[in-house]
Design a binder for this molecule. Structure first.
Ligand SMILES: *Cc1c(COP(=O)(O)O)cnc(C)c1O
Length: 471
């Protein structure tokens, strides 16, 4: 044996295996802080990032050689770092697209990380892989997909959109795919443009089609663009429809898009990262009529199901298409399942090893059933306040701005920016804005199980009070 191995007994490895009492202590101590944190969310500021740059720089350090005290590390996290942030899990977070973060899912993560089973291949943990396959099946049920639909849980909507785009490319384009063109409205999420770039398409192959006054894609423009590309020898292959845009929550005419895609023999992908789980409600199903005709759909459980960040999903109506786009043989892997009901997730996804993210979706849905999620979605659809809106809200997002006669665009933009800044400075709610055709608008997006009517009232009070001060 090499002398250095003898003189270094593997003590530090043994230290990594914690005795039972220490395991309990680690969890108990963390849990104390977590419970304090979650029970005080209501009274915490909606955002606080003052002095954050100095804070971030003060944390830089070389690779630690010496152990640190666990309680000091918890102090650092809970007293210094967590409070310096957007309070994304709090009731006042009405910015971008909120994500509540269900505690059940945190417990599920603790379990799945602690048992550390492998769900990438079916045979390594058949029962656990089945739980995740059930989750995919439930999502398929929600959107109205048939039994042969398959899907994957991704880390988010961006990777789901990317995987959809690659699947469509594989299905419809030759190996040399550079004539392939894709289409979405000018309201599409930037992750779709990024997905095209990552998948190897030149930026010029992405067509941004003008939206109408309600921020929905203009079907006539879309049709003309496809026609003209065909005349020029391009190969139109993919239309991306929106089911809830990030700017205003707009939902495209999905039935119209499905008709067009069928006529043109193109793939229709619907980005329902924000809007998808409103399919649990009758109103949502009306607004998103036709979504079940899409070839693939992105849903983000870390938005509409309030899961912790890192949980997106892609559903593909023809599960075989998803599989064909991702199957590669490797001699060192165990044999894959031939029965279509037994899913080897690595055959459907770019990933092989990964966390067991299925459990964090499965556990809360099993513990509560789907009803509370449906009830929340229905309540959220009703809770959007009536202000001077840009377009009637279709889901739980409203974009508005204040205008007075005599203001030019510049003046209005400036005032609305200051209005938003003033409201955010009160720290009861946190809002973000966007720019629509050169006009700055403020957005209120409600998508947290912790946001109730009282917080919406607070938002309106703060908007009115700030406006009085500004005008
Ligand atoms: C949030 C969102 C995305 C991106 O999803 P991530 O989970 O943030 O990667 C894509 N499209 C829409 C419509 C979204 O709301």
């Amino acid at each position: 044996m090499a002398p250095e191995l003898q003189s270094h007994p593997i003590r530090s490895n043994l230290d990594l295996e914690l005795p039972a009492g220490r395991m309990r202590e680690l969890v108990d101590k963390a849990l104390e802080r977590i419970v304090d944190h979650i029970s005080s969310l209501d009274s915490q500021p909606s955002a606080d990032v003052e002095g954050c740059e100095a804070l971030a720089r003060s944390l830089v350090e070389p690779l630690p050689e010496k152990p640190a005290e666990y309680s000091d590390l918890l102090d650092l996290l809970f007293k210094e770092l967590v409070p310096k942030s957007f309070n994304t899990a709090g009731p006042g977070y009405l910015a971008y697209i909120p994500g509540g973060g269900l505690f059940h899912s945190a417990v599920a993560d603790l379990i799945s990380d602690a048992v550390n089973r492998y769900v990438g291949v079916w045979i390594a943990a058949p029962g656990l892989a089945q739980l995740e396959a059930n989750v995919i099946r439930w999502f398929s049920e929600i959107v109205g997909y048939p039994a042969e639909a398959r899907g994957i849980l991704t880390t988010g909507g961006s990777l789901a959109n990317f995987t959809a785009l690659v699947t469509a490319r594989r299905h419809l384009l030759p190996d040399n795919f550079l004539a392939g063109t894709l289409y979405a409205s000018d309201q599409v999420h930037h992750s779709v443009v990024k997905a095209a770039m990552l998948a190897g398409f030149p930026a010029a192959n992405v067509r941004e089609i003008a939206a109408d006054d309600a921020c929905r894609i203009r079907l006539d423009h879309l049709e003309r663009s496809i026609e003209s590309d065909r005349r020029e020898g391009k190969h139109p292959f993919l239309i991306v429809g929106n089911a809830g845009t990030t700017n205003t929550g707009a939902v495209d005419d999905l039935d119209g898009l499905a008709n067009l895609a069928a006529r043109e023999k193109m793939w229709l992908h619907v980005d329902a990262a924000y809007g998808g789980f409103f399919m649990l409600t009758r109103k949502g199903r009306e607004v998103m009529r036709g979504i079940e005709r899409a070839h693939s759909i992105t849903l983000d459980p870390h938005k509409g199901l309030f899961l912790p960040y890192g949980t997106g999903s892609l559903l593909v109506r023809d599960g075989d298409a998803l599989r064909r786009a991702h199957s590669v043989d490797a001699t060192y892997l165990p044999p894959m399942q031939q029965d279509a009901d037994l899913v080897d997730f690595c055959l459907y996804s770019p990933e092989l090893s990964r966390d067991f993210r299925g459990l964090r979706v499965w556990l809360p849905i099993k513990m509560h059933g789907i009803e509370p999620f449906r009830a929340w979605a229905a309540e959220e659809l009703r809770s959007i306040p009536s202000v001077e809106v840009l377009a009637e809200p279709q889901l739980s997002l409203v974009a508005f701005r204040v205008v007075r006669s005599g203001w030019d665009t510049e003046t209005a933009n400036d005032l609305n920016r200051r209005l938003m800044g003033g409201v955010n400075a009160l720290k009861r709610v946190y809002l973000t804005g966007t720019v629509l055709r050169g006009r700055f608008v403020i957005r209120i997006c409600v998508l947290s199980f912790r946001t109730h009517h009282d917080r919406m009232q607070a938002a309106l009070e703060d908007i009115r009070a700030t406006l009085r001060e500004l005008t």
